[in-house]
Write a new protein. Structure first.
Length: 217
């Protein structure tokens, strides 16, 4: 209603009233993630190789749906074990690691499907897959699992980020991998990651491998 009134006042040239309206507070929700066992169940659900590969790839590289459909075969570098992402959400190019197990799956998929130009061919006018099609693949395969969480395609990216934090990756590197414009965007994952707690201590103790709380230096 607020935005509707703002638009109405702008049309009437009553900009002062538009400015006086209260701003809407954005509700911040923590991302829902899949645990490792749930991910394994999801990746085992598809009967089609293409669907298994695309879901696993999204998680393995933390990709957005748009980034997946924009991938070309030439963007996958098996020698350097990397994936080149062109002009992501924040208009940035980035290079993310290609998992060894993912490389094996992709090679099997490329040999079986023999796609042309685009990594995942679809029914779009230019021959690409669609984000809508990717979302359908996620929804249909979730139905085959015991997963009851309210998750979607983007939840795979959330899971990727959270699991990397839990495995010790520093948040600055994670920001670059996710292609975020600001570190504050990445920090939301700190609220869901279950990182091991480290007892406060002096770095001098770890420098000489002293047990924490040693009496003498």
């Amino acid at each position: 209603m607020v935005y509707g009134l703002r638009y109405y006042y702008r049309l009437l040239g009553m900009n002062k009233k538009a400015i006086a309206l209260p701003s809407l507070k954005k509700v911040t929700k923590l991302p829902v993630i899949l645990n490792r066992q749930e991910l394994k169940e999801l990746f085992a659900a598809p009967t089609l190789l293409k669907q298994r590969v695309v879901l696993a790839l999204i998680y393995s590289a933390g990709l957005r749906g748009q980034e997946v459909i924009n991938l070309k075969i030439s963007d996958i570098d098996f020698e350097r074990m990397s994936i080149h992402i062109w002009q992501s959400k924040y208009k940035k190019d980035s290079v993310v690691p290609l998992a060894a197990s993912m490389a094996t799956g992709l090679k099997k998929y490329l040999k079986a499907e023999n796609p042309h130009i685009w990594l995942f061919n679809g029914k779009e006018p230019d021959g690409r897959y669609s984000v809508r099609g990717l979302s359908w693949v996620m929804r249909e395969n979730l139905k085959k699992t015991s997963i009851s969480k309210e998750v979607n395609l983007h939840s795979l990216k959330h899971s990727y980020a959270t699991h990397l934090l839990e495995e010790g990756l520093n948040i600055v590197t994670l920001k670059e991998l996710l292609g975020h414009s600001e570190i504050a965007i990445t920090m939301v994952y700190l609220h869901v990651a279950q990182c091991p707690l480290i007892k406060p201590h002096s770095p001098l103790d770890t420098l000489y491998n002293y047990p924490t709380g040693a009496d003498k230096v």
